[in-house]
Ligand binder design. Structure first.
Ligand SMILES: Nc1ncnc2c1ncn2[C@@H]1O[C@H](COP(=O)(O)OP(=O)(O)OP(=O)(O)O)[C@@H](O)[C@H]1O
Ligand code: NI
Length: 304
């Protein structure tokens, strides 16, 4: 942080794991810290950012590894990232084919022009990127196709962990379902890959996730199985319930108020100012018990 500017604690007290063959959906409103978390895992935060803690993947600790290790062993190889704004991550002056071939050459043992061409076409196909568009430049692609190109690049190294940051933004519903199903197939094909899917699209999360982590104001406030979250008994944190109730096919009732700016968090539970159950206990930051960080998780409300 530059001198004289307040540090923003964008992500605090986050603890979760993603297992081989599993998809964990990380959900929460815009600005709650989802992308900061993804960037931290891959060492992609701005140089003045500070991180603390551990993030283990294979034999590496992603938060303490140096840039050399991250660049040579982690990014693309252990963890592939589908970035939030794919168009911004594609090189504008080169065709998708040449970017894919270069990435395949860098991340895999494939050598030779013909073999690289075939491998690039295969990885494009896995991301449902049409072969007929491979010779286009990024600016000639629709948002959906740029998304697929970025997905192909993220898949090229066949990394055991894929982090997809809002991979369905801007797509219409059919394409959302299609993209989500492709990502799910990537996890299900028996190779033991894991997927961290960052999204504020709860319908997409329901379609793909095994477990759901809900983030609010930089913290994971609930972590539970997708079945319990979307089905019965439903989420336990009032914020999670509010997110579900806001859906058009549920109560269609938005959560009142707005999330606090991360540089001006209220003391105690950051959700309390928007919470119908808030009381004096909420002046203290809740600890996480059985996957929920709340003084009034649902059982308590019913018991009262
Ligand atoms: N380099 C930075 N310096 C200061 N604040 C930052 C920086 N990067 C991100 N932030 C702040 O961190 C917060 C979290 O941002 P982040 O992009 O992780 O949100 P998000 O949950 O991914 O939201 P969205 O759904 O809009 O992508 C935001 O309030 C943002 O303003
Ligand atoms: Ni984001």
């Amino acid at each position: 942080m530059p001198r004289g500017r307040a540090a923003v604690r964008a992500v605090v007290d986050v603890s979760f794991d993603v297992r081989a063959g599993e998809c964990l959906a990380l959900v929460g409103e815009s600005g709650c810290g989802k992308s900061v978390l993804a960037s931290a895992l891959l060492g992609l935060l701005p140089a003045n950012a500070e991180t603390a803690g551990h993030a283990r993947l294979g034999g590496a600790d992603l938060l303490t590894a140096g840039e050399r290790v991250l660049a040579r062993q982690v990014r693309g190889r252990l963890a592939g990232l589908i970035p939030q704004s794919p168009a911004a991550h594609l090189t504008p002056v080169r065709t998708i084919r040449s970017q894919l071939e270069e990435t395949v050459a860098e991340l895999t043992g494939v050598r030779g022009r013909a073999a690289l061409r075939t491998a690039a076409e295969q990885v494009a196909a896995r991301a449902a990127f049409p072969a007929g568009h491979l010779d286009r430049h990024p600016h000639e692609l629709s948002g959906g196709l740029a998304q697929r190109a970025a997905t192909a690049l993220a898949l090229a190294g066949d990394a055991p962990l894929l982090i997809a940051d809002e991979p369905t933004t801007g797509l219409d519903r059919d394409l959302v379902d299609h993209t989500v199903d492709e990502l799910r197939r990537h996890v299900d094909d028996g190779a033991g890959r894991a997927l961290l899917m960052i999204t504020h699209d709860l319908a997409a999360a329901e379609r793909i996730a095994d477990r759901v982590a809900v983030m609010y104001a930089g913290r994971v406030v609930e972590l539970t199985s997708a079945g319990a979250f979307f089905g019965t008994p439903g989420p336990r944190h009032p914020y999670s319930r509010g997110l579900l109730d806001a859906l058009p096919d549920r109560a269609f009732a938005p959560i009142p108020g707005l999330p606090p700016p991360l540089d001006a968090l209220p003391p105690g539970c950051a959700f309390a100012p928007r919470c119908a159950f808030a009381d004096r206990a909420c002046a203290v930051t809740p600890t996480t018990l059985s996957g929920v960080a709340c003084h009034h998780p649902r059982e308590d409300v019913h018991a009262a």
